[in-house]
Design a protein around this ligand. Sequence first.
Ligand code: EPZ
Length: 437
Amino acid sequence: MDKLVVHGGASLDGPLTVGGSKNTALPLMAAAVLADGTSRITKVPDLRDVRTFSNVIRVAGPAVTFDDDAHTLTIDASTVDHPVAPYELVKKMRASFYMLGALMGRCGEAKVSLPGGCAWGPRPVDLHIKGMEAFGADIELEEGYVIASAPGGRLDGGSFRLEPSSVGATINLLLGAVRAEGASRIENAAQEPDVVAFGEALQSMGAQIDGLGTDTIEIQGVDRLDPISVRNTPDRIELGTFMLMAATAGTPGTPVEIREGAHEHLGQNFKDKFAETGVDVNYEPETVTVTRPETLRPVSIETAPYPGFPTDLQAQWTVLLGLADGTATATDTIYDDRFKHVPELQRLGMDISVDGNTATVHGGAPIKGAQVMSTDLRASVSLVMAGMVADGTTHVLRVYHLDRGYEHLEGKLQAAGIDIERQEYEEFEGDPAGTPA
Ligand code: EPZ
């Protein structure tokens, strides 16, 4: 198993380069399944989640090849003869559930494992299921699988309101609706840039969609979709993460360049809150330059669907609050349990506590290196951020979580001035023999 070892105190000089978006690449891959032919997606990041989803798609029949040097995925979906997404793969990555919409849109039938737990449990998929039923699917839940079929082999189309708004459900329902018999309508739809880019790719394939980027999307089903060649968007969460790294680990007064990002995908709330901390930011078409101030102001945030503050930057923001001159809070309104990074940040000395869906941080507590455990993707990168500014060395364990969403992060940070390396290690299974009493 791998860990990242960070020797704190080295300043982040930059430049850093933003890679392709994980959360746009995955729905683009699902879209390729809808077309009888070969699609190409460029600027695809080499991530565990991309490789996992490639395997999920292969099970259904398509041929998927990934040229990781060129960051290019080729998906030949001429054959889709096994409309199944198996548990052993879906459990590894929730977005595999997009195969429900892709297979219903392509074949009119699907057998897709629930992503984990039940449909209505933690990180539910009830909206995906109810929405697909509203579009005409017959759905049974059997032994942890969603068994779906469209009478007559093709969804009718229909209308459904998402409560709450949901990125994944919006994507899944679009996948099902674009080749339905009739018209469909999604209300309270997600407006994230990932969803808009995915919807625009479907339009390039011949789909008839109106209202992308608004809370109401109208679709007129079509008989067939053409394969596409499409360039993935830059990763807005990696951009935001790098901006927060520059604000916390940069040298005060020295600008850090972050290249190839699309800053308009961050949402205005993040930009406003970031500016309130006292950082100096310069936004150019593909480059964001961030200059750390002598003192960071404690700015409270509250996550919300786009264009609100992204929940995927909440953990990273708490590290900035740990360095700020005062007390502030981070409230997550999207998930009420997305604080698994807090106990690990406490191990590093941060004065942070959680009450309900709000973390309160008293900035200025000394941060000292320690062994810490990754628990999920964005939590793990917040631990790397804290290690970068800690006094001493931090071992961030189980970085397979981080590898899901950040491509070769240690290489990017090393090249930008940070003293960080990847090491292999073994975890004890139970108490090692001979442990002193
Ligand atoms: C997407 O997850 C992202 N993942 C997440 O990023 C991101 O945190 C999330 O959107 C919110 O922005 C991908 O794009 C692959 P949701 P998703 O459905 O689609 C509730 C990362 O770090 N809900 O928008 O699963 C749900 O419980 C990942 O890259 C239902 O109640 O999120 C949550 O409270 C982590 N029923 C809220 O909606 C449903 O059927 C928003 O979830 C579906 C969702």
